[in-house]
Design a binder for this molecule. Structure first.
Ligand code: GLA
Length: 390
């Protein structure tokens, strides 16, 4: 059953009628370009086949009702809220994500009520952007129910900013725009090369299978409790460094200016800057290699990205390092953690002939270390958000 069918089925169970429409949005993997988005830099994500869907019908009383279908098949309902009364802090928990989107859309004149039921299969807490998938599916649903048609590319980038605002200001998590842009703007069979500063983007073809390769996702199933505060700390550190360097964002520091910049910064900020500046270069390098059809050659760049996140940005954890190291030892061409860090998932680029050996090695290493069994799957670049049925 697709996520859209699951959401529509749960909607029928709860409301006894067909939903007016179903919209869905994918989770993402970031191939490279971590913690560069809020520094105005470059990212290179692709959309996962895993999606979250919102089935909905409009209401004429400005009330928003929210429900989700859990993996145990049970429907969980949040307390209904009046859209004019929404303000950050209430509701909290999972309902804050869709409610936050309604709160932002209200400012753009979309304030009719709706019944929404959310269902899907993006793993939560795995660093694969289930929150952005909820936000983007709900944004499209509320826009669609208000009579807006399928958004074009520019409009999608704008909706991504709205969803980011919902997460920053309503939910209260200081994330960048990577995840929402990936969910809304990615295209099947491609990675999205995005320049966050200019908003310019390019769809770069990414056919791993055609090249005899696979992107293996290794979800460590670890969610470190300090993840959110660690993210905010890193972000504030880079903002402080930009201020000290007299630039608006670290994006403006390039390879040539790096060593003089590092010489002037306090010891705790220099490694953060080194990560962001070198990571931006790596994104550009990977995009170039992919355009040249040299997918296997991106392996060492992925490896360097992981080392930079582990040693300079310090956002890895023992489970992510073990995932990366064991995959590489078993023949992966390159591997790195993906997403915000402190837990979540790693990716490994493997030859299809080595895939089984790599999976076995990762599983064995986790077992030997006494870690929880990781969840492994191969990811192909899939479609971005859209309407599934009228
Ligand atoms: C999380 C955030 C993104 C981005 C990544 C790190 O996924 O939501 O905005 O900063 O971490 O690259």
């Amino acid at each position: 059953m697709t996520s859209a069918e699951a959401a529509a089925g749960a909607f029928r169970t709860l409301h006894g009628t067909e939903p007016r429409g179903v919209w869905s949005a994918p989770g993402r993997v970031n191939l490279i370009g971590e913690h560069t988005d809020y520094n105005d830099g470059f990212v290179l994500p692709f959309a996962l086949p895993h999606r979250l869907a919102a089935a909905g019908s409009p209401r004429d009383d400005k009330v928003l009702t929210l429900a989700t279908l859990g993996s145990d098949g049970r429907i969980q309902q949040a307390d209904p809220v009046r859209i004019p009364d929404l303000c950050p802090g209430e509701p909290d928990g999972w309902a804050a994500y869709p409610a936050g989107v309604a709160w932002v859309l209200r400012e753009h004149g979309i304030d009719g009520g709706a019944d929404l039921v959310i269902a899907g299969d993006v793993p939560t807490g795995a660093g694969l952007s289930s929150s952005a998938a909820i936000e983007c599916a709900v944004a499209l649903a509320l826009l669609g129910l208000a009579g807006h048609g399928d958004p074009d590319r520019a409009r999608r980038a704008e909706i991504a900013r709205w969803a980011q605002r919902a997460e920053n200001e309503f939910v209260g998590v200081p994330t960048g725009v990577l995840d929402q842009t990936a969910s809304l703007c990615c295209v099947e069979g491609h990675v999205l090369f995005l320049d966050v500063r200019s908003g310019e983007s390019e769809q770069v073809p990414f056919d791993a299978e055609g090249a005899g390769l696979r992107v293996l996702v290794i979800d460590t199933r670890v969610k470190h409790a300090h993840g959110e505060s660690g993210y905010g700390e890193r972000r504030r550190g880079t903002e402080r460094a930009a201020e000290l360097l007299g630039v608006e964002a670290l994006r403006e520091v390039t390879g040539d200016g790096l060593s003089s910049a590092l010489g002037t910064l306090p010891a705790e900020l220099a490694p953060l800057v080194r990560h962001v500046v070198t990571e931006n270069d790596r994104v550009v390098e990977v995009a170039r290699l992919l355009r040249e059809g040299r997918m296997a050659d991106i392996g060492p760049v992925l490896d360097a990205s992981h080392v930079s996140m582990r040693d300079d940005y310090r956002i890895s954890c023992p489970e992510l390092d073990l995932a990366v190291d064991s995959a590489r030892e078993a023949g992966a061409l390159g591997a790195r953690m993906t997403g915000g860090g402190f837990g979540g998932s790693a990716i490994a680029l493997v030859r299809d002939t080595d895939q089984q050996a790599v999976e076995n090695a990762v599983n064995a290493a986790f077992e030997q270390a006494g870690y929880r069994k990781p969840r492994l799957f191969t990811a192909v670049p899939s479609a971005g958000a859209g309407q599934d049925r009228p």
